[in-house]
Design a protein. Structure first.
Ligand SMILES: [Ca+2]
Length: 245
């Protein structure tokens, strides 16, 4: 009804604009199936596992083409590492010890590498000469738990053939890997350990043009008739007005 009011106000301006107004009205009806930008996201994640992790699957739902036309895909990949470490300096001299927790992450789709990064936690400790007990504590040792690091990367794709693999029913499978390269360094006489766990998540966002529902044929016909009547009645009034002026 708002459309009619809008059209009517145009028509009441000038007689010469009547034809133009009719065209505008027809235009509005014809474009009622216009596309609207919309987006939809799906996520998938894994739990912490002991590294190395090679080609583990992360699946998300494909894009349902009945929703509209897929215009772009944005992939956000996040990797987390968790670690525990301990060291004991057994040298008769003090030493600086560095604990470095890290893992190389990569995300693949259809044998193509999409995103890679290397989250890292690093910290250094000054410890004394050997305290006589190899307990990863005391004055010459240390125990570290729940060290963490995280990193994330995002990339958008609009290439038509790339987008094609995201369209359909069911899931699309990504593969992620996490290859740890954690390390404890210090004196030449060390006892040390380090464990590295990793997990990953992906968020896939589909940007698409949503097709609004087109009115039923009968409704369109109805609008056409009402519009036609409106035009006639408006035209009549304006003609009278013009003749009177
Ligand atoms: Ca000790």
């Amino acid at each position: 009804m708002i459309r009619f009011r809008k059209a009517s106000s145009i028509m009441t301006t000038k007689l010469l604009n009547t034809l133009g107004a009719a065209t505008t009205l027809a235009g509005i009806i014809a474009t009622s199936g216009v596309a609207n930008a919309a987006s939809l996201s799906y996520t998938s994640s894994s739990n912490y596992e002991f590294t190395d992790i090679i080609d583990e699957t992360l699946s998300v739902q494909k894009f349902d083409s009945s929703l509209g036309t897929l215009k772009g895909v944005t992939i956000q990949f996040t990797g987390d590492i968790l670690g525990n470490a301990g060291f004991e300096n057994r040298s008769p001299t003090p030493t600086q010890t560095t604990v470095n927790l890290s893992s190389q992450f990569s995300l693949q789709l259809n044998n193509q590498s999409l995103l890679t990064f290397n989250p890292e936690y690093s910290s250094s400790y000054q410890v004394a000469k050997y305290d006589g007990v190899t307990d990863y504590g005391g004055t010459s040792g240390k125990t570290l738990s729940n060290l963490t690091a995280t990193e994330s990367a995002t990339q958008s794709f609009t290439n038509t053939s790339f987008l094609q693999s995201f369209i359909g029913n069911g899931d699309i499978d990504f593969l992620f890997s996490a290859i740890a390269n954690s390390l404890v360094t210090g004196s030449g006489n060390m006892r040390s350990y380090i464990d590295t766990y990793a997990k990953a998540s992906i968020k896939v966002t589909y940007d698409y043009e949503e097709v609004k529902s087109v009115p039923e044929a009968s409704t369109t016909f109805g609008i056409g008739v009402v519009a036609g009547l409106c035009l006639l009645s408006q035209r009549k009034k304006i003609l009278v007005k013009v003749l009177n002026s």
